[in-house]
Ligand binder design. Structure first.
Ligand code: NDP
Ligand code: MG
Length: 391
């Protein structure tokens, strides 16, 4: 049987996940066609991608940038702003949406794709952290297929049975082992953490990623966000998820069953594996990733994370336990803190200080509407900016 070519919108096409996605698409042009590509500021990069992939649509931030880009493109219609992003995420011709915009900016278009019932390849963990309950309700309501791209969650998904949505207890899961590389400062003397530079923080030992998630990995906030992400995706309680530092980043996470079996997914640390897995699911396709050389890796190490040295993990756990809009507040404060650190306005150790202060200051509400979440996001950003002016 000849299968229909799948049309894909890549939100955040110019980023690290965007480029890994396009690499997989390029290897399978008989299965996938790019419907739309989006970027924020890297418009020249988007132009090159449009010339290569000839999408029907491209989306950039401003009208001025859209006009400039349109003048250089014949086969692609250029849109701009939030409406443009929503349009290409929900368009009737789209089969799959790769949600790979970084941060809260990705929430609205990802939700637009969810509401339109698309197959959603979710890299943008911040969207789920901010709106967990609402997001999952919308997935159920629309019948969207939600597939995790985050390597750990993709590994958990692969290690669970197809009927995992019945609940972890019903399928005999004791706990989820969420692995973490530990980041670049796992072995660094904590007394020197305030000297850490943005360049050092962005140099991840195993993964090549965008700057924001690289800093999140260095503070372990990434693992905190992922803990929350896993709770929503797999309907787990935080007590059912154990964070395990595994510096080799070869085991991407594990599921521990009541009979003593522990299932894991392994692979080289290259995001094209989870991307290809989710794109082709339930089939398998090549991704361009080198086969795992188990003899070269030779050993696996495991440690418990140190939440005293890396308080962001503890703060994320606390925000999830507080519930309501607290995870949205945590996420917004973290986005401002990371941007300030990358701009060399605050030190590495001030990242958790800022987040903690904002979490204590902003009042937590029910996260029962998108408006409530967006209001919490704004209040947290305002409080974070205030902290930056006063500290
Ligand atoms: P990058 O910074 O490399 O790319 C981000 C993309 O989002 C770019 O295309 C960027 O456009 C676009 N973007 C940024 N801000 C906006 C905005 N305000 N409006 C519209 N578009 C915007 O990030 P990554 O690819 O590393 O990460 C993307 C997401 O995937 C994040 O949520 C991250 O946590 C998640 N993820 C990433 C992994 C990785 O290996 N990189 C692994 C697991 C999850 P422009 O280029 O024009 O600035
Ligand atoms: Mg991850």
């Amino acid at each position: 049987m000849v299968e229909k070519i799948q049309q894909i919108t890549v939100l955040g096409a110019t980023g690290s996940i965007g480029s890994s996605t396009l690499s997989v698409i390029e290897q399978h042009s008989e299965r996938y066609k790019v419907f739309a590509l989006t970027a924020n500021t890297r418009v020249d990069d988007l132009l090159s991608l449009c010339l290569k992939f000839k999408p029907a649509y491209a989306v950039v931030a401003s009208e001025a940038a859209a006009l400039k880009l349109q003048a250089q493109l014949v086969d692609t219609q250029v849109l701009h702003g939030a409406e443009g992003l929503d349009f290409v995420a929900a368009h009737p011709q789209v089969d799959m949406v790769m949600a790979a915009i970084v941060g809260a900016a990705g929430l609205a278009p990802t939700l637009a794709g969810v509401k339109a019932g698309k197959k959603i390849l979710l890299a943008n963990k911040e969207a789920l952290v901010m709106t967990g309950a609402l997001f999952m309700q919308e997935v159920k309501k629309s019948g969207a297929i939600l597939l995790p791209i985050d390597s750990e969650h993709n590994a958990i998904f692969q290690s669970l049975p197809a009927n995992y949505q019945q609940g972890l207890q019903q399928i005999g899961v004791r706990r989820i082992l969420l692995t973490a590389s530990g980041g670049p400062f796992r072995q660094r003397d904590p007394d020197t953490f305030s000297d850490i530079t943005p360049e050092q923080a962005c140099k991840h030992p195993n993964w090549s990623m965008g700057r924001k998630i690289s800093v999140d990995s260095a503070t372990l906030m990434n693992k905190g966000l992922e803990l929350i992400e896993a709770c929503w995706l797999f309907d787990a309680k935080p007590s059912q998820i154990e964070v395990v530092v595994h510096p080799q980043s070869v085991i991407h996470s594990m599921v521990d069953y009541v009979d003593g079996s522990v299932l894991a997914q392994l692979g080289n640390p290259d995001m094209r594996t989870p991307i290809a897995q989710a794109m082709a699911w339930p089939q398998r396709i090549t991704s361009g990733v080198q086969p795992l050389d188990i003899f070269q890796i030779a050993r696996f190490d495991f440690y418990q994370p140190d939440e005293q040295v890396f308080p962001c993990l503890r703060l994320a756990r606390k925000a999830f336990e507080l519930g309501g809009t607290a995870p949205a507040v945590l996420n917004a404060a973290n986005e401002i803190a990371v941007a300030a650190f990358l701009d060399e306005k605050i030190s590495f150790t001030q990242i958790p200080q800022l987040i903690d202060a904002v979490l204590q200051q902003v009042s937590i509400a029910q996260a029962d509407s998108l408006a409530a979440v967006l209001q919490a996001d704004k209040q947290a950003r305002d409080a974070a900016h205030q902290w930056l002016m006063e500290y």
